[in-house]
Write a protein that binds this ligand. Structure first.
Ligand code: C2E
Ligand code: MG
Ligand code: MG
Ligand code: MG
Length: 288
């Protein structure tokens, strides 16, 4: 009883002290243990090819279930992992998981993995990618690496050299969250990306804002003329989907189709999405 009170007292004290600094330190401590405690899971969000209506790719999205706090957003823990030097280890783990998963899917389905700026500080990334591919037995053509403009902000010589070597291995490279940075356009000239992912913020406003629509139209045209695939992120409605189709966008990703799901839910998405467009009445399409 006394012990319990003591603990509660201590908790209360901690809460009083609860500066964001202290919160952060606790999260940091827990993040260091998350990998060994098996608290991470990779989820997979389908990306749909407009031409076929079928899933062409899945994006690997990391999930962390904290023992007390529950789900913590990657928007919170990824930057923290970067700051405390954990992203290399975590990133390598995600890569291996994702490649292993994709190796079990039909050969036309690719896997996209997000990379952080900190993963480009050395050539180590090249070894990690090569290792993940060979251990999984995955064709490099089936791996897409997503980077944001922030990757290119610093040490762009080293980064560009690593990107070129990755491409030399046969891996595809995508520019993520396109349109949100300061010089996204300039970066399109510095490296031949395979894919441009149009940021969700433009898709969200595509119906109510003529400006957002104009920007999406411009990015799609740009991507097409540069020979890059264009993918719209954050598609939530049928109206957005139709608009993007008429703009000539190549791929769509968003809650309209599905959020990221656990690995065991991937086969149902592969069978279900787009099945009815083809008049396919297999058992799989009935299971939707
Ligand atoms: P991102 O790479 O741009 O990933 C897309 C994000 O948009 C995901 O958020 C996804 O759940 C969300 N999203 C997809 N469709 C919709 C939609 O229709 N509506 C809305 N509102 N959201 C949608 P998530 O999973 O929270 O990830 C956030 C960011 O964290 C990612 O943005 C990526 O930058 C980073 N991240 C996630 N996993 C990893 C990882 O393994 N490594 C690294 N370095 N970063 C990661
Ligand atoms: Mg991404
Ligand atoms: Mg994105
Ligand atoms: Mg993003």
């Amino acid at each position: 009883r006394a012990k319990a009170d003591g603990r509660n007292g201590f908790r209360f004290f901690e809460q009083e002290m609860d500066s964001s600094m202290q919160q952060r330190r606790m999260l940091e401590r827990d993040l260091r243990l998350a990998l060994q405690n098996d608290e991470f899971e990779v989820h997979y969000q389908p990306i749909v090819d407009m031409a076929t209506g079928r899933v062409s790719c899945f994006e690997a999205l990391l999930r962390w279930t904290h023992p007390e706090r529950g789900a913590v957003s990657p928007a919170e823990f990824i930057p923290l992992a970067e700051e405390i030097g954990l992203i290399g280890e975590i990133g390598a783990w995600v890569l291996q998981r994702a490649c292993d998963a994709a190796a079990g899917w039909p050969a036309h389905v690719r896997i996209a993995v997000n990379l952080s700026p900190a993963q480009f500080r050395s050539q180590l990334l090249l070894d990690q990618v090569a290792q993940a591919l060979s251990q999984a037995g995955l064709d490099p053509q089936r791996l897409e690496l997503e980077i944001t403009e922030s990757v290119l902000l610093r040490q762009s010589e080293l980064v560009l050299s690593i990107l070129k070597q990755l491409r030399g291995m046969g891996v595809r490279v995508s520019m993520d969250d396109f349109g949100t940075g300061y010089s996204s356009l300039g970066y399109l000239r510095s490296f031949p990306f395979d894919k441009i992912k149009i940021d969700r913020s433009f898709i969200r406003d595509i119906e109510k804002s003529g400006d957002a629509l104009s920007i999406v139209r411009a990015i799609t045209g740009l991507g097409t003329s540069l020979g890059m695939t264009t993918t719209a992120e954050g598609v939530e409605t049928f109206e957005q989907l139709n608009q993007l189709r008429s703009e000539g966008c190549n791929e769509v990703q968003g809650f309209y189709y599905s959020p990221a799901v656990r690995l065991d839910a991937v086969p149902a998405l592969l069978d279900g999405i787009g099945a009815d467009h083809h008049g396919n009445t297999s058992a799989a399409s009935n299971s939707r």
